[in-house]
Design a protein around this ligand. Structure first.
Ligand code: HEM
Ligand SMILES: *[C@@H]1O[C@H](CO)[C@@H](O)[C@H](O)[C@H]1NC(C)=O
Ligand SMILES: *[C@@H]1O[C@H](CO)[C@@H](O)[C@H](O)[C@H]1NC(C)=O
Length: 329
């Protein structure tokens, strides 16, 4: 066999073995960082002691990471003029928080197992631990993602908006290979955390240009929201009943016409929608919700970057590594 041919085979085999193209595996860090879950658990538990939204912030970061160029840690890259156009500048990421918590987790992970655990994987496992620590299900998170060396600000338009119709929401999830069941289950993450009033205040007064409040919003809850929303920037609990617990109450709220965002309420209230029955199933059966939530989180966590994007295990989640030593996804 001639040298060029052999070289070609070596390249092809190397591409096939390239870790980011390989299937994710729950055992990915079994030998290189066996203590990873405990290190992350420790920092997230600590963060929750001073910030009861820490869990909500972390899972939202993972969602916003995965919907833009796959789960590649791209959301964490900060602006570098002429080099990185940060996704944090995209309108859907305007109020996103929790990057400081990610930095703390990364610091603890780096001191335990230097240079092996990607920021994208840190977002994935932190989300699982956040859900678990808030009373939700525990599951084994497939690992082995790599961090991108680029951000994709224009790609943030993939993210759904709070005033989107059900058709629009389904479309954006379908673009990512996620169906109506995934949409309803993943929206269940609005069982904790907060939203600023600007994202639902139209529903309180002048809904969609009708001059009247949203008829799918319970009037008593509406008046409570009006009182709470002293400014558009004020943050209000998604779940007025159990604001920090990961439970099925979100779905019971929707049935009581107490969804906070239009995009939440539409899952239940859109006439003849397939999502209404799914909301009812989860509202009646928390085990069914948890089981589907785990499935849908794994599906979302599997979203891959487009081929050919330079990747690495970032050392600082906010910046690409200074030395160009990386694979190609
Ligand atoms: C279905 C379409 C979705 C829409 C339209 C949507 C929209 C929003 C909006 C507008 C906020 C408030 C942001 C702010 O005030 O700055 C928010 C917060 C949040 N979202 Fe979503 N979201 C969606 C799906 C998801 C999914 C799939 C997850 C996770 C699996 C998620 C997790 C969260 C969490 C936990 C918060 C609270 C964050 C905090 O307290 O800082 N959302 N979402
Ligand atoms: C950015 O995201 C958009 C929307 O998903 C996609 O069409 C585009 O190819 C992405 N660009 C890069 C450089 O990955
Ligand atoms: C808002 O109004 C527009 C135009 O009248 C209509 O097409 C759209 O379906 C309305 N959205 C909702 C959620 O009612």
């Amino acid at each position: 066999m001639g040298l060029p041919k052999m070289a070609a085979i070596v390249v092809v085999v190397a591409l096939m073995l390239s870790p980011s193209q390989a299937q994710l595996s729950p055992f990915f860090y079994a030998t290189t960082c066996p203590q990873l879950p405990f290190v992350v658990l420790n920092v997230v538990a600590q963060a929750l002691q001073t910030d009861d939204r820490a869990a909500a912030k972390l899972i939202r970061l993972h969602f916003h990471d995965c919907f833009v160029n796959g789960c590649d840690g791209s959301i964490l890259l900060v602006d570098v003029p002429g080099v990185i156009d940060s996704e944090l500048n995209g309108p859907p990421n305007g109020g996103i928080q929790g990057m400081d918590i990610v930095d703390n987790i990364k610091a603890a992970v780096e001191s335990a197992c230097p240079g092996v655990v990607s920021c994208a994987d840190i977002l994935a496992i932190s989300s699982q631990i956040s859900v678990f620590l808030s009373g939700g299900p525990i599951w084994v998170v497939p690992m082995g993602r790599k961090d991108s060396r680029i951000a994709n600000r224009t790609g943030t338009s993939n993210l759904p908006g709070p005033s989107e119709t059900l058709v629009g929401l389904k479309g954006k999830f379908k673009d990512q290979g996620l169906d109506s069941t995934d949409l309803v289950a993943l929206s269940g993450a609005h069982t904790f955390g907060k939203s600023r009033c600007m994202f639902f205040s139209d529903r309180l007064i002048n809904f969609n240009g009708t001059g009247r409040p949203d008829t799918t919003l319970d009037p008593i809850y509406r008046e409570q929201l009006r009182r709470l929303c002293t400014t558009q920037q004020t943050r209000v609990n998604f779940d007025p009943v159990t604001p920090t617990r990961f439970d099925k109450t979100y779905y019971n709220n929707l049935i009581s016409l107490r969804g906070l965002l239009q995009s939440d309420q539409e899952l239940f209230s859109t006439p003849r929608a397939d999502t209404t029955a799914i909301v009812k199933t989860f509202a009646a059966n928390e085990r069914a919700f948890f089981k589907q939530f785990v499935k849908s989180m794994i599906k979302m966590g599997n979203l891959k970057p487009p081929p050919g994007i330079a990747s690495e295990v970032r050392l600082d989640c906010k910046r690409v590594n200074p030395v160009r030593a990386y694979d190609v996804m």
